[in-house]
Design a protein around this ligand. Structure first.
Ligand code: GP9
Ligand code: MN
Length: 631
């Protein structure tokens, strides 16, 4: 040993290296992460480094070698415990830990009894870096005298750590744009920013929401309640309860926008089946209906439909407020004897669905594990829509009736890839591959819906159901405006056009009813909850909801977008300009002002309900504040 000259910061270097390598090995051996390319592999490799440099590097601020070593050992133990706890949790739940889960002790009921099965003695290897460090400290010879750490060294060290962090974030951003603002999946977060940084991020997001929650009290609800009550739309007596007792099948049509409906692309019909439903005797087709989602995309649409509240302006409410009290459509239907479920062939943790579905009181989530997914029957994001619908109807035959099933399709999702055998029409010929392929995947989605209807009929599930289908959000973003202008034969896509392009189709199909026709009232996803519940004969007059029954005489032609834009039957407000809807001309802000004010109020009230978790203070049976908060 004597002959080796150990560098001054050997222990620090060993700590960083040992924990880094261990973490990367654990990624590969203990978690199932889909790595699709070399870049993702590289990001996974470097992602623990920045955090480890920081946390171990803090030892450089300690004066004595002894204190530094103690700190490093303590940190390595804490980090090993964090990592190992995640491994244990993952073995059981197939998910990474998020703070609210730690506080929902009921989650651990099941876990407690199976701890024995989860742990084994080889798990000591998860602490291998601690062991290496203890040995190293023993054997690396002590330096003579006290080591003073130069300021310049410290500065250079932390600059390096920062550089690694930014490199990591930069690469992650190119792989997964808007990763942190949208925060869609814990697995994606861990894959891209690393398990340790993920926990910091999670602590930040969760503590921000719990602080807002802690500061809120029931009195805030009084004002919101007054507004909601004053703006209630009375039910349409003719429609109320007309289809009570039927199964409710809700289909989220991935990325489907209205501009393809009853439209052609280079002479090809894009949506033959959905077109046929627009003048079907048993179908209401809503031709001026809009999505109202923000960054939470599909999950926002789910949130809006279930709760008749808006998603949040930042991030995905499914993630940030998954543990709130809600009064969802599923909960209402459950109270009325329905078996409620969501069917979607994806990991249950995506969009935090596994957590929030509990808060929404959804009885069962048929996630990827309920489906047979093979290489042959999947493409792009996973199971293709046709086998998805086939397998879903099969599952429905086993369900207790009446049921409420919400199905989420997936094939018509960016980047809109299909297998050659599923291509039914040629690509479009604009400068945007995305738009070009979009028509093809939309065509496939249309076919899938047709197959779904046939399957429902075959399985005897059709007659006694109501089938509601809506586009979840836009599929073609403003990045493709040039190509869209070409398709729509316009010079350019203005803010006015973009707002109107947010229209998504809505169908309410009621087999054998003879009820149907085109409805051109201006409405949005927020109106679905009361509209549907009323058809099924379920009252919502005490519910804290911001939408209105579209069949109501009092329904207003006014739809608010999450970013403050809005559309009425006469006006379009976008890019801070007030347009005459018919001419597309700027008509001065005054005409829009009353609506701008109301849009602001409604968005604020919705945010207040969510951020303050205010529904925990509300009794929807009576429409009153819960007694204990009044005093
Ligand atoms: C994922 C699917 C797609 O499960 O819902 O989500 P999106 O990217 O459309 O929000
Ligand atoms: Mn979607």
């Amino acid at each position: 040993m004597k002959s080796i000259k150990w560098p001054k910061h050997s222990i620090l270097a060993i700590a960083v290296l040992a924990t880094w390598i261990k973490t990367v090995i654990v990624y590969h051996t203990s978690f199932e992460m889909d790595i699709e390319n070399l870049m993702q592999e590289f990001i996974l490799f470097i992602n623990p480094l920045s955090f480890l440099l920081f946390i171990y590097g803090l030892s450089l601020f300690l004066k004595s070698t002894k204190a530094r070593n103690r700190y490093i050992i303590a940190m390595s133990i804490i980090l090993s415990i964090v990592l190992y706890t995640n491994v244990g949790f993952y073995r059981f739940y197939n998910d990474f830990i998020t703070l609210p889960v730690l506080f929902q002790t009921s989650n651990f009921g099941e876990l407690g009894t199976s701890v024995g099965a989860i742990i084994n003695w080889l798990d000591i290897l998860y602490f291998i870096d601690v062991i290496i460090l203890i040995i190293a400290i023993k054997f690396v010879p002590k330096l003579q005298g006290q080591l003073t750490i130069r300021k310049e060294f410290r500065r250079a060290y932390f600059v390096l750590a920062m550089a690694v962090l930014f490199l990591n974030l930069g690469l992650a951003e190119t792989e997964r744009p808007q990763l942190l603002t949208r925060a869609f999946d814990r697995e994606l977060l861990v894959k891209n920013i690393g398990t340790y940084n993920y926990h910091l991020y999670d602590i930040y997001v969760q503590s921000k929401s719990s602080a807002q929650r802690a500061l809120a009290d029931g009195s805030e609800l009084v004002e919101v309640d007054n507004y909601v009550q004053a703006n209630q739309a009375a039910v349409n007596d003719e429609m109320f309860g007309k289809y009570a007792g039927r199964n409710l099948i809700l289909v989220s049509l991935e990325s489907l926008q209205s501009f393809v409906i009853n439209n052609k692309m280079n002479g090809e019909v894009v949506t033959p089946f959905l077109n046929s439903l627009t003048n079907d005797k048993d179908t209401y087709y809503f031709s001026d209906f809009y999505h109202q989602t923000g960054l939470g995309k599909t999950s926002d649409s789910e949130f809006i439909v279930e709760n008749s509240l808006f998603g949040l302006g930042r991030g995905a409410v499914f993630f940030t407020h998954g543990g709130n009290t809600y009064n969802s459509m599923a909960e209402k239907l459950g109270e009325n004897g329905y078996f409620t479920n969501v069917m979607h062939s994806n990991n249950s943790s995506f969009w935090n669905r596994d957590m929030i579905y509990k808060s929404l009181n959804i009885d069962k989530f048929y996630d990827i594990n309920s489906y047979e997914v093979t290489d042959e029957n999947s493409v792009n994001w996973g199971l293709k829509d046709i086998p998805f619908f086939e397998q879903s109807t099969e599952l429905m035959t086993q369900m207790q009736q009446p049921f409420y099933s919400r199905l989420i399709t997936l094939t018509n999702h960016y980047p809109f890839y299909l297998d050659p055998e599923d291509i039914m029409i040629p690509e479009y010929d604009s400068n945007s591959g995305t738009l070009n392929r979009y028509f093809q995947t939309v065509r496939y989605l249309d076919e899938a819906v047709k197959v779904f209807f046939e399957e429902l009929k075959e399985k005897g599930l059709y007659e006694n159901s109501i089938i509601v289908m809506y586009g979840d959000h836009y599929g073609i973003s403003e990045n493709h405006n040039k190509a869209m202008a070409m398709y729509l034969d316009k010079e350019e896509i203005t803010a006015y056009d973009s707002a109107l392009l947010q229209s998504v189709p809505l169908y309410i199909h009621i087999p054998g009813s003879g009820d149907g026709g085109e409805i051109n009232k201006t409405a949005g996803q927020i109106d679905l909850r009361p509209t549907i519940l009323h058809l099924l004969g379920i009252e919502t007059s005490n519910d804290m909801q911001l939408g209105a029954d579209i069949f109501s005489e009092e329904h207003e032609d006014f739809v608010i977008f999450r970013d403050g834009r809005f559309v009425t039957n006469e006006l379009v407000y976008a890019g801070e300009v007030c347009y005459d809807r018919n001419t597309g001309n700027d008509i001065g802000i005054e005409a829009c002002q009353p609506y701008i004010d109301r849009a602001t109020t409604e968005l604020e009230y919705s945010d207040a309900i969510i951020n303050g978790d205010l529904l925990r203070f509300y009794d929807s049976e009576t429409g009153n504040l819960k007694q204990d908060v009044v005093n």
